[in-house]
Design a protein around this ligand. Sequence first.
Ligand code: CA
Length: 229
Amino acid sequence: MEAKPWKLLIVEDEPELAMGLRDNFEMEGFSVVAAADGEQAVSCAMDEQPDLVLLDVMLPRLSGFEACRELRQRGFSKPIVMLTARSQESDIVTGLELGADDYVTKPFSIRELVARVRAHLRRHTPKAELDRYEFGEISLDFRNYSGTRAGLDLGLSPREFEMLRYLIQHRGEPVTREDLLEHVWGLHDYPITRTVDNHIAKLRQKIEDEPAEPRWIVTLHRSGYKFLG
Ligand code: CA
C-alpha cells in the first residue's frame, strides 16, 4: 500500500528557480503547490494545508517574513523552511523568531534541501504537529509550555497543557473521561474519573470567560467533553 505523498507549498518568485524546485520535488514523489508572492503564499497555505512550506524571504507584496508571521498567527503549525540569501545572517535570526523552523541559504544544493525537508517531515509526528494553537484570545505554545490570554500568562500546569493538547487534537469530537485518563495521565496512575472533572473545572477557570457556561470546553451529557475552539 502506497502512502499518501507529502504536500509541499513552494513560494518563490523567480520563475526558473520555482520551476526547478517543483520538478525536483515532484521527481522525489512530493505533491507540489506553488505561490509566487507572500499574499498568495498565505492564502494558498491556509486553503491547501500543505505538510511543509518552502518560503523565499524576498518576495513581492508580503515578504517571506511577513507571510511566515501571518501564517503562525492564523494557527498554521506545519514546518516552514525559509530560503534566504547567503549573506543575510540577520534574516536567519528574524525568520526563526517569527516561527520558521529552518532556513536554507541560496545557492543551495537541491539534494541537501530535499534531505532537510524530509527530516522536518519525519520529525513532525502527530504529537509534535501541535506546536502552537490559538483560539479566541488564547495562544498556546506547546514547545515551551507557555500559554497566554490577551497577552497575559495563563499559568497553565504541564498537565493542563496535555489536557488541552489532547482536546485540541480531537476538537469537535466527543472526548470521554477515560480517554483523558489514558492519554493525559497514563494507565499506571489509576486516578478516578472525578479527577478529570476537577482538572477540567480548573482549566475552565483559566481559559473561559464564564467558567459556569463554557464556550470552549463543553460538557457532553454522560459521555465527557468536547473542545470547540
Ligand atoms: Ca525572491
